[in-house]
Design a binder for this molecule. Sequence first.
Ligand SMILES: [Zn+2]
Length: 149
Amino acid sequence: MNGGKVQSEILQTLRAAGYRLTGPRRKLVDLLLQAEAPLTAEEIYQRARQARAQANLSTIYRNLATFCEMGWLEALPGPSGERHYQVRSADEQRLSVMCLDCGELTTLKTDAGGPFNAVVRDLGFSAQSLRVTVAAHCEHICGRKAEAK
Ligand SMILES: [Zn+2]
């Protein structure tokens, strides 16, 4: 259920805005679309390198900022302030849990946001979308790491 933008749409938007569709830029769009979770610029850079795309970190930062301005990419704050990027989804609601220790951001597939929407509606707002990030301590990842020590 991915209601977000597809690659062709994004590439078209870029072209319309006057951006050249260079190989690295296409690759970056692909990486962002394929990401299973929000990624930091550093993680995106590592993946671009693994994919043998010509990339340097400052170009990636610049492209990410451009994509955010264009509106199809969004930056979510991580635990220590670093930004995590993800393609904006047309999903009406998204709940994420962010680990305060390791920074792992997990998007939940749930419609538990329904009650929030109801509250917002009761206050007289017409809710278009709902984004909730729960800050927590993840035991499944951090706990495993601790055990391994
Ligand atoms: Zn954790």
